[in-house]
Design a protein around this ligand. Structure first.
Ligand code: SF4
Length: 210
């Protein structure tokens, strides 16, 4: 049964209130959980992917099989209590990151590989309405070619006009902007800023938290 986000919040609030008021007895559920622990194919230690906070996570995989798929998929993520950063806590983003790999299907009623996960490069040409699949080599070549063409067209060596009439050497590229993602920590943020400044890019910003 599919439920809306609003219904989910209503059910959650009602359930939480019921637990708080002692209406629901959770002992059978807890007992079941203890006698039927999840069976992980393997567990691995990793780091949260959604921000530069760097929270330590424990990633559990399970073997899933069905029509068109069979293999180990991430089904579970929890905070690593040994991490000095988060000490076992996780915010909702990384707690739900197992869904990048697998989800519980409304139709099948069981955990399946996430059908929305992109595993290849999708390209939509200017003016096109449909996406096509291209290789990583093609995508990277196209990006490099567009960066070069834009830089060649918008690079200013001497400030002899708008916006800089100073006559000084400026070596700036005003046709490209770079916005770093929130998951960047020190090292990738450093490398990106080095790359952009070597191109002369001056519109450079990042959402990184540290
Ligand atoms: S998104 Fe949340 S859980 Fe994930 S690393 Fe950042 S703060 Fe930690």
């Amino acid at each position: 049964m599919a439920i809306t986000r609003r219904e989910f919040l209503q059910y959650s609030a009602a359930t939480g209130a019921g637990v708080f008021l002692g209406v629901f007895d959770l002992k059978p559920i807890v007992a079941y959980a203890h006698t039927n622990p999840p069976k992980w194919a393997s567990e691995a230690l990793s780091v949260g992917c959604y921000c530069s906070g760097g929270c330590g996570i424990i990633v559990g995989k399970q073997y899933l099989s069905g029509p068109g798929y069979a293999g180990d998929y991430v089904t579970y993520v929890q905070g690593n209590p040994d991490s000095p950063i988060n000490k076992g806590a996780l915010c909702s983003k990384c707690t739900s990151s197992a869904q990048l790999s697998s989800i519980v299907s409304n139709d099948a009623g069981k955990r399946i590989p996430n059908p929305g996960r992109l595993t290849e490069v999708k390209y939509r040409a200017a003016g096109a309405t449909d996406w096509t699949t291209i290789s990583w080599a093609t995508a990277l070549s196209q990006i490099a070619a567009k960066v070069k063409a834009t830089r060649d067209a918008t690079f200013t060596e001497i400030g002899d006009g708008t916006p800089d009439p100073s006559g000084l050497t400026v070596n700036r590229c005003t046709g490209i902007g770079c916005l770093g993602g929130s998951s960047l920590n020190n090292e990738p943020a450093y490398l990106i800023s080095k790359l952009m400044r070597s191109l002369g890019v001056v519109y450079l910003e990042t959402q990184a938290r540290n």
